[in-house]
Design a protein around this ligand. Structure first.
Ligand code: SF4
Length: 253
């Protein structure tokens, strides 16, 4: 199947079945989403949603967060992964947001990436979710699922995956495709063993096609080996029978 066809089926399927896919992180403002996304690196959205209500209550905006000290921030996020680093990132991000951007989250990708704790992926999430920009963030789920389905070819880095998705996806689907791929990767096309048996994308998934072809070839090879063994066994038995019959004739004589 051609790559373009896979893209067409991918967009058609998800547009029809998940037209309103959104992030599972809870937030009420660009500032809150920025904080939640920084915290979510290598951590589950579920865990982040457990800590952010108290965090946002204590620090409702960038000014409040910037005025706090690191020890206090740490007490609110100690249960997420890498709390020390993330404390530093949040404190630095809030400070820069206040001093350089008047406390307002910028929409520009380059400006976003100036903020501590904000890399290309986080900047793309903010740009697409908050500002509806035609951008797609590539996290571990997006990277894996796009490769497995065959939306990307020989893309070994998140940036390479991002470039191919931007090239082939219709611009107006870029932002939502990020959520389609994340949710599919989180619940069906999981990292260790993808749940192909319940996946609705098998008919255009490259991984499924290759995996099943390999399984079918393996099965055919096993049958071939068994047949050869059976034939050899049969031949040996025939030889023994013949020999026995010959001996019986010799004895009678
Ligand atoms: S068929 Fe399997 S590998 Fe392909 S997208 Fe579905 S779960 Fe993932």
């Amino acid at each position: 199947m051609l790559k373009q066809e896979r893209y067409r089926h991918f967009v058609e399927y998800f547009s029809k079945n998940q037209p309103n896919a959104v992030t599972e992180l809870h937030y009420n403002s660009p500032y809150e989403l920025l904080v939640a996304v920084i915290l979510s690196a290598q951590c589950t959205d579920k865990r982040i949603n457990q800590v952010t209500p108290a965090l946002f209550k204590r620090f409702p905006d960038a000014a409040a967060l910037a005025a706090s000290d690191a020890d206090e921030i740490f007490t609110y996020i100690r249960s997420v992964s890498y709390p020390n680093n993330k404390t530093k990132h949040l404190a630095g991000m809030a400070k820069m947001l206040v001093e350089r951007f008047n406390g307002v989250v910028p929409s520009d990708l380059n400006e976003l990436q100036l903020l501590p704790g904000v890399g290309r992926k986080t900047a793309n999430v903010i740009a697409s979710v908050v500002f509806d920009a035609p951008a797609i963030a590539v996290d571990t789920h997006v990277f894996r699922v796009a490769n497995r389905i065959g939306l990307t070819t020989r893309a070994t880095t998140p940036l390479a995956v991002e470039k191919q998705l931007v090239q082939f996806l219709p611009e107006n689907t870029l932002a939502i495709a990020h959520h389609w791929l994340i949710l599919h990767g989180r619940y069906i096309c999981v990292a260790r063993t993808p749940k192909c048996e319940i996946c609705p994308l098998t008919w255009f998934c490259k991984y499924y096609e290759q995996h099943n072809t390999e399984t079918a070839l393996l099965k055919a090879e096993t049958v071939k080996i068994k047949k050869a063994k059976d034939a050899k066994k049969k031949k040996a038995l025939n030889a023994i029978s013949k020999e026995l019959a010959k001996r019986s004739v010799d004895k009678d004589i």
